[in-house]
Design a protein around this ligand. Structure first.
Ligand code: BGC
Length: 414
C-alpha cells in the first residue's frame, strides 16, 4: 500500500514537472530594475505567460546596462547563453559576428516587421540581411526634466539655450536648491555630455564627431566649448553625486531637492510610476539645441538548444513587436513605440513631443544615434570617449587638455 502511494505520488510529481517544462521557455537577461523599468518589463512577462510561456528572469541592476553586458559576456564565454538578451545598437552586430545569435527572420517575415518599422530602426535589427533583434521602443536621450513647482517658485522658465540654463542654475543655487540632479556613473556623465554636445556642436558636427569620429570636429573650438559647459555642469551638482543611481537622481527632482535632470525619457517612466503628472508635477522639454538623439531598446536571441527555448524565442520576438505590447510597454517605459502604426491617443504630451520631433528631425537630418547609449559606435570607440568625459568631469582637467585626450583616445581605439 505504501509503495503504491509512493508510486502514485511520484508519477504525479513527474507529470507536474513535465507540465511545467512544456511550452515556450525563455531566460531573459535585462537591466530594467528601477520602479518604472520593472513595471514596464512586467508587461512582457505577463504577455509571455498569457501565451503559455515560462519566463525565467535574469535582471542585472545597473543603469545603462554596463553590468548586464559584463554578465552576458561571462554567460556566453561559459557556453551557457541566456535565451533572450536586452541588447542594442552596434553591439547586436558585434555579437552576430561572434556567431552566437539566432536568426529570427521567420518571425519578422510572418509578422511583416518591414512594413511597420521605420527603415532606420529596422537597419539596427539586421545582420547581413537577416533579422537578429526585435525593437521595443524609441527612447529619446536629449531631454531636460524639471520640478514644476520649484521652477515656478523661483520664477524660472524652461531654458531654451545653455546660457539660459546656466542663468537658471545660478539663480537656483543661490536659493539653496541643487540645480542639476546627477549620478556620478560613467554612463550618466556620458549622457549629459552628449546632450550638451548636440546643443553646442549642432547636428551636423555631432554626426561628424560621434558617428564618423572626425578628428577636426573632435579637436575643434566648439568641442572645447562643450567641455567648458561640462565644467559648469560639474559645479551645478551636489557633493553626494558620485555613484548615485539615475533613478535616485530623478527622485531628487520629484521631491524638489533638485530642479533639473538631463536624462533619457526612461526618467519619465520613474515620474509616472511615482504617480506624477507631466505639465503639473514635472516638466519635460527638448534640451537646448536642434536634434533628436535616439536610443532604441531591443532584444536579441542567442543560439540555444532545445525546441522549448527556441519556441520561447519566437514567441518573445512576436510579442515584442506586437501592437498591444508596443503601446502598453511604452506607456510605462516613457518611450514611444518603434512601430509606426500604434495609436498615440493614450500617450502624454512628452511622448507627443518626442514623436513629432522625431519626425521633423528625420526630415532635416538631425535624427542622430545616441553615442552614450550604444547606438552610434562600437564598444571600443564609445568606451574611449566616455573614459575621457568621466576623467574630465571628475577632475580639474582643462577643456584644452580634454580635447587633446579625446583626440588621442579615439585614434588609439580604432
Ligand atoms: C536603456 C533604457 C534604460 C536606461 C537606464 C538605457 O540605456 O536604453 O531602457 O531604462 O538605460 O537603465
Amino acid at each position: 500500500m505504501k509503495m503504491t502511494l509512493f508510486a502514485a505520488a511520484s508519477s504525479l510529481a513527474l507529470s507536474a514537472a513535465t507540465l511545467a517544462q512544456a511550452g515556450p521557455q525563455a531566460e531573459v537577461l535585462h537591466w530594467w530594475t528601477s520602479g518604472g523599468e520593472a513595471k514596464s518589463v512586467a508587461v512582457l512577462q505577463e504577455e509571455f505567460a498569457a501565451n503559455g510561456g515560462t519566463w525565467t528572469d535574469m535582471p542585472v541592476a545597473g543603469g545603462g546596462g554596463d553590468a548586464a553586458m559584463t554578465a552576458l559576456r561571462a554567460r556566453v564565454l561559459s557556453g551557457n547563453a541566456p535565451t533572450a538578451v536586452q541588447l542594442k545598437g552596434p553591439a547586436i552586430q558585434e555579437w552576430y559576428e561572434e556567431g552566437v545569435l539566432a536568426d529570427i527572420s521567420s518571425v519578422a517575415e510572418a509578422e511583416g516587421w518591414d512594413k511597420v518599422l521605420p527603415a532606420s530602426i529596422a537597419a539596427h535589427m539586421k545582420c547581413e540581411g537577416q533579422w537578429c533583434a526585435a525593437p521595443v521602443n524609441v527612447h529619446r536621450v536629449d531631454w531636460l526634466w524639471a520640478n514644476a513647482s520649484v521652477l515656478e517658485a523661483n520664477g524660472i522658465a524652461m531654458p531654451t539655450s545653455w546660457e539660459e540654463f546656466n542663468a537658471a542654475a545660478d539663480k537656483l543655487q543661490a536659493a539653496g536648491i541643487i540645480p542639476l540632479a546627477h549620478g556620478g556613473q560613467a554612463w550618466q556623465d556620458a549622457t549629459v555630455f552628449e546632450v550638451v554636445a548636440l546643443g553646442i556642436l549642432g547636428a551636423e558636427d555631432f554626426q561628424k564627431a560621434f558617428v564618423e569620429l572626425d578628428q577636426d570636429v573632435l579637436t575643434g573650438d566648439k568641442m572645447v566649448a562643450v567641455f567648458d559647459q561640462m565644467r559648469k555642469m560639474r559645479g551645478y551638482v551636489d557633493a553626494n553625486f558620485p555613484g548615485r543611481d539615475w533613478n535616485l537622481a530623478t527622485a531628487m527632482v520629484m521631491n524638489g531637492e533638485a530642479a533639473f535632470q538631463i536624462m533619457g525619457d526612461w526618467a519619465k517612466g520613474e515620474f509616472l510610476a511615482a504617480g506624477k503628472a507631466p505639465g503639473e508635477d514635472f516638466l519635460c522639454a527638448s534640451a537646448p539645441g536642434n536634434g533628436f538623439l535616439y536610443n532604441v531598446d531591443s532584444f536579441a536571441m542567442f543560439d540555444v538548444d532545445g525546441s522549448d527555448k527556441q519556441e520561447g524565442q519566437s514567441l518573445l520576438a512576436k510579442l515584442i513587436v506586437g501592437q498591444n505590447f508596443q503601446k502598453v510597454f511604452n506607456l510605462n517605459k516613457g518611450s514611444i513605440p518603434a512601430r509606426t502604426d500604434v495609436a498615440m491617443d493614450e500617450f502624454d504630451s512628452c511622448a507627443h513631443l518626442s514623436a513629432s520631433e522625431m519626425t521633423s528631425s528625420s526630415k532635416d537630418g538631425s535624427l542622430l544615434p545616441s553615442y552614450a547609449h550604444g547606438m552610434a559606435l562600437r564598444g571600443a570607440q564609445s568606451g574611449a570617449i566616455t573614459d575621457v568625459v568621466t576623467a574630465h568631469f571628475n577632475s580639474d582637467m582643462s577643456s584644452a587638455d580634454a580635447v587633446k585626450m579625446l583626440s588621442e583616445a579615439v585614434a588609439n581605439s580604432l
